[in-house]
Design a protein around this ligand. Structure first.
Ligand code: FES
Length: 174
């Protein structure tokens, strides 16, 4: 077992219970309790199998990715290799248009809708930390989300983190 990565069967039980509930909801509560339990048990075993596979770098990465995946509501988006420093792009996350911005290697996530009149911010311009909306040229600090002009504007921010393999995860806060 790699140091620092200790299996936690209690977490597995929580995950299995959560998956069971999701399955139940997704199927309109029409599944039998035994089916839910079977799915939950399979999920638990799959989770524990992942914990035991910690040999080498890939094993640790698998565990780290699973850590993030199990702590919903983080949603997987693109890889940071596809978002260079000084670049921005829009992705869809659970039906929400999200703007990802890479400032000096740190990724920030915002609603892609301009707070002025909802234009797509990824169609604007990014110059250093300054994001300018293409529609009426409102300016924002892409690191803080705060308005520059006008100063009382504010981008809607979302949680954002990058996994060990470069995957960018977004939390919409729902
Ligand atoms: S819609 Fe962005 S500045 Fe008006």
């Amino acid at each position: 077992m790699a140091s620092g990565y200790l299996p936690n069967p209690a977490l597995a039980d929580d995950a299995a219970l959560g998956l069971g509930r999701i399955l139940e909801a997704a199927q309109g509560n029409s599944v039998r309790a035994a089916d839910v339990a079977a799915h939950a048990q399979a999920a638990r075993e799959h989770y524990l199998a992942g914990l035991l596979d910690t040999s080498g770098h890939n094993g640790r990465r698998k565990w780290a990715d699973m850590e993030i995946a199990m702590t919903a509501p983080w949603r997987e988006t693109i890889n940071i290799e596809d978002l260079w420093e000084g670049d921005m792009t829009a992705v869809m996350v659970d039906g929400e248009a999200v703007l990802l911005v890479n400032i000096d290697g740190t990724v920030h996530a915002y609603s892609n809708r301009c707070p002025h009149q909802a234009s797509a911010l990824d169609e604007g311009d990014l110059d250093g930390e300054t994001l300018t909306c293409a529609q009426h040229l409102w300016e924002f600090n892409a690191t803080t989300g705060c308005g520059i002009n006008p100063g009382d504007a504010q981008l809607k921010g979302f949680g954002c983190q990058v996994g060990d393999d470069g995957t960018i995860y977004v939390d919409l806060g729902r």
